[in-house]
Design a protein around this ligand. Sequence first.
Ligand SMILES: Cc1cc2nc3c(=O)[nH]c(=O)nc-3n(C[C@H](O)[C@H](O)[C@H](O)COP(=O)(O)OP(=O)(O)OC[C@H]3O[C@@H](n4cnc5c(N)ncnc54)[C@H](O)[C@@H]3O)c2cc1C
Length: 394
Amino acid sequence: MSSDTSSTQFDISIVGGGMVGAAIALALGQAGLQVALVERQLPADFIAGSLPDLRVSSINLASEAWLTELGAWQALSKMRLCPYQRLQAFEQPHSVVTFNAADIKRTHLGHIVENNLLQQALWQQFGSKVQLFCPASVTALEQNADSAVLTLDSGKQLCSKLVIAADGGNSQLRRLAGIGSNGWQYRQACLVALVNTPYPQQDVTWQQFTPTGPKAFLPLNGQQGSVVWYEEATKVKQLAALSPAQLTQQLINAFPPQIGEVQVVASSWFPLARMDANRYYAGRVVLAGDAAHTINPLAGQGVNLGFADAKLLTELIIDARRHNDDIGSVQLLQRYQRKRKPANLLMMSAMDGFYQVFGNDIAPLRTVRQLALSVASRSTLLKTLVARYAVGSE
Ligand SMILES: Cc1cc2nc3c(=O)[nH]c(=O)nc-3n(C[C@H](O)[C@H](O)[C@H](O)COP(=O)(O)OP(=O)(O)OC[C@H]3O[C@@H](n4cnc5c(N)ncnc54)[C@H](O)[C@@H]3O)c2cc1C
């Protein structure tokens, strides 16, 4: 790598150009701030007809609305995505609780999107509004009262009023800023498989709760879907080592009949971790997305929480700039932390409660969850509330 030890001044430097970091860069760039984005690898180009990314996310209506304001949703729609109108939860295949978009007078409850396409859609909007440093990574961070300086592996230095760490759950910037975290690795991991299904385009995402962990189906564009299988980590690793044909057989045996005669095309596995940063800022470094919190993906909320962080943080920064205030002030960062940390913690704890109640075979808890699903299936009000929560509006 050539060495460039020059120093450039920006308003904001962002480390990590995944879905959350890219959305922050775009929002601030569109508002006229001088933005640098440091990302270690270029997102893959979209090729029509290519296999879908194995990493997919359920994107709620609140995130969709913000991404539409940014102009990225329109670009994503031209690539590939799949709306779903129904969300089903059940323990036994015959006792399904269904949440409908129509119940809350919406056309859909959310979309399943491929992570790399959403990232690509955001990057396509950068134009000259965001200065990219990619591939690049950070070797040092220095801070003083007025600014923060990042040194890149090329030797180049980026000096800015605020550094935003959006570099994922294993955030290097969080460590460089001296922010500790707490959390744990769940005993379960999850296998994710891309499958061909025998059914025409599906509009339902479903999740079966079993004592060894949930089994979920997420529809993708056309006759494809994403299957998520939560199990003990050792079992998941064994499943991941199987050939597509062997895994297909295991899947059909273990999943409820709703899955149909699927065929596995590709698969991978992911460890599951919970991580909560002790604080969301230190000096002029602030955390957003998975760098601040990593949540059990059970209810598909991780990146939606990240977009909620990103939206609030960018609004506060844009407002401060409008009033000629310091865009990296303690007051601004405190306001961000005060609003987002409790909201993220609440969702993490709710997911852990879910994980405890639905992920085991202790008799009293079995009764609780059967009762919960039975009440939910009969109560229109409860179903409406759950559906509203799932779309991110309540
Ligand atoms: C199996 C699974 C299923 C999930 N399903 C859902 C779902 O349905 N809905 C949902 O909302 N969420 C879901 N999530 C969570 C979601 O994937 C994450 O919340 C989301 O990816 C976080 O985005 P991010 O941009 O904060 O971080 P990341 O996606 O981790 O992006 C970080 C970026 O930073 C870059 N980077 C890292 N370190 C450096 C460095 N030192 N220098 C430069 N660049 C760096 C990386 O290359 C990457 O581009 C799921 C997670 C898993 C594991």
